[in-house]
Design a protein around this ligand. Structure first.
Ligand SMILES: C[S@@+](CC[C@H](N)C(=O)[O-])C[C@H]1O[C@@H](n2cnc3c(N)ncnc32)[C@H](O)[C@@H]1O
Length: 251
């Protein structure tokens, strides 16, 4: 249930602060053509779906996510931006009945890390791609290259880093995609910097407000302490690394 006081526009902005630095890598690799049909998996507030729709100006982009409140906001953003060739569908990408061979390219910005059965999920995506179609996504990189999960882990004991790390090992990524029917798997490290705010207190505020997670009051002080070592004159700067992954469905 969506809280009436939760600010979804601000929450969407937070996702861009955290992940937007990877867009140039994702879209350079995806090389979306003007007539492409694009699927965006786990699209959240759908910023990447709208970018894809702009590039596929004669085609279209479909964003899928299990979280309907995020998609409602995504539709509102698309309407405000006047983008007509984008749609957002509620569904579980693992089992969603996509149109067979209905897409030329599937993309995802950190939306493919949560599958209970990744092989089945990616096989479902492969079936949605036409022969020769390509899959391009970012997934969380190794823990030592990612300050944000470590700051969060320092502040709470029960948090989902293990889930996020489920697709962080290149050998596992290759194995999963190959078993799911993909070929030509390419995995490259990419890196960006996240600026969480002017100081550690602002960074803690950013994290507490992100995702409506319902943080305990005690977490704020722990987050401030964990963010303190990352304070610089230019703000709280965090290292963020990801794997940029691409693969194709054979013609
Ligand atoms: C880390 S967020 C990334 C959101 C968005 N791609 C972005 O970069 O802003 C992961 C998203 O994946 C969605 N998700 C998780 N499991 C999913 C599934 N099985 N099918 C569809 N979406 C899923 C979540 O609801 C969430 O919006």
């Amino acid at each position: 249930m969506d809280s009436p006081t939760f600010d979804r526009v601000a929450d969407a902005d937070r996702y861009e602060v955290i992940s937007g630095g990877f867009d140039s890598h994702l879209f350079a690799r995806a090389a979306i053509g003007s007539e492409d049909r694009v699927l965006d998996i786990g699209c959240g507030y759908g910023a990447t779906t709208r970018l894809a729709a702009r590039q596929a100006s004669q085609g279209h982009a479909v964003g899928i996510d299990i979280a309907e409140p995020l998609l409602a906001q995504a539709r509102a953003f698309a309407a405000a931006e006047g983008i007509r060739n984008v749609t957002y569908q509620t569904g579980d990408a693992q089992i969603h009945p996509f149109p067979e061979a209905g897409f030329d390219v599937a993309i995802s910005r950190f939306g493919v890390m949560f599958f209970a059965d990744p092989v089945a999920a990616f096989a479902n995506v492969a079936a949605a791609l036409q022969p020769g179609g390509r899959l391009v996504f970012t997934t969380l990189g190794p823990p030592e290259g990612n300050d944000l999960p470590r700051i969060i882990a320092a502040a709470v004991t029960e948090q989902p880093v293990a889930v996020l790390q489920s697709l962080a090992d290149p050998e596992r990524i290759d194995e999963v995609l190959t078993k799911a029917g993909f070929h030509d798997v390419t995995i490259d490290p990419v890196e960006t910097s996240i600026n969480l705010g002017t100081d550690a207190a602002a960074a803690a505020e950013f994290i507490v407000g992100w995702g409506g997670a319902g943080w305990p009051d005690t977490a704020r002080d722990a987050l401030v302490a964990a963010a303190r070592p990352f304070e610089t004159p230019g703000g709280v700067l965090l290292r963020s690394t990801a794997w940029l992954v691409s693969a194709t469905v054979h013609p």
